[in-house]
Design a protein around this ligand. Sequence first.
Ligand code: HOZ
Length: 432
Amino acid sequence: MSAPRSGQAFEAARAVLAGGVNSPVRAFGAVGGTPRFIAKASGAILTDVDGNTYIDYVGSWGPMILGHADSRVVAAVDKALARGSSFGAPTEQETRLAELVVSAFPSIERIRFVNSGTEATMSAIRLARGFTGRDLIVKCIGCYHGHVDALLVQAGSGPTTFGTPSSAGIPQAVVGQTLTIPYNDLAAAGEAFEAFPGQIAALLVEPVAGNMGVVPPAPGFLEGLRALCDKAGTLLIFDEVITGFRVAFGGAQEAFGVRPDITCLGKIIGGGLPVGAYGAREEIMAKLTPGGPVYQAGTLSGNPLAMAAGVATLEALAEPGVYERLEATSAALAEALAATARAAGLPTVHTRVGSMLCTFMTTGPVTDCASALRSDTKAYAAFFHAMLERGVYLAPAQFESMFVSLAHTAEHIERTAIAAEEAFRVAASRKE
Ligand code: HOZ
């Protein structure tokens, strides 16, 4: 599939945008080649500026669970836009979206909307520090919580892909307050608590890791973290920016039955518009300004367009049978990928939690960042390009998730399986 206009668009972008993109993974640096510039999208299909179409499994990195340009979301945003796009004052739609989230997440009694997942995690750790009066935080290696200074320590996806475990521009004093442990390693978590008694404000984790590829929590891992936090008086923060309303209506905390103290949300709750949120029980949220001493504010927080898109999306997700349908489509895709990889003789590990999937180019098992990093990223790049050629748009990096939407049909999965059969062979033959 040729893409000359995308090539020209990238050249033009590079002249004025840093690296030609507004978020690094989009530049195709991990797989090579020219990023496709998208002209439009509808349902499960992306159309690039050259008129090529692709079955999309990126879904804007998670938010587009209903598919692109869902008519309910479009109508809600249109209506909201006609009423005005930002007021910097409260609206009833903020309360409506808050009610929907609070009803889905029993651990959340009060919520605060912000503009991105990064803002949510940044604010959540400030809140945890303000609530506990402690400074240290613990994060898991390979978990990515946005580009918050204190959390860009051994982070996943972008930083993993680009081989920079942390970033330039972050003072040592800031990351010096962040302890890291391997994902799925309860013993390491226990050691961190033993080494710093009474000093750890929060342990922050993606309950399903989605930024080192998809790595499910081992049985007992989340429960074990809950118990350790309870014992130490530390707040357990779940970063459910990806998993919230995706792996279940009530997120990973519903799917795995473990309640965090603070939950960070984003992506789906904004229906494709920029949104983040963090919420907790009333006692914790009461520490936030204006009632409490922990400051956090934002001109566009609770933006009316984002609230309208979020409400329309969550109302659609609340309809009966939605998650069962998503599960069936996702399971069919996972089976097709595993079967076609096997037929091609390519060593792969396929992970899936609901509609989050990953094909690791390794013999596995994959349980944490170190084992994910054993993947053959060149084989992934070959597979990625072979799929793109065949009209399937995957994440342009190994250490990301595939996202299935409610707009994907059995026919899309069948076409993806046909493409994968050839693409895995291409990747396998590249290795020989
Ligand atoms: N944070 C995303 C990767 N895990 C990338 C977001 C984007 O490029 O849009």
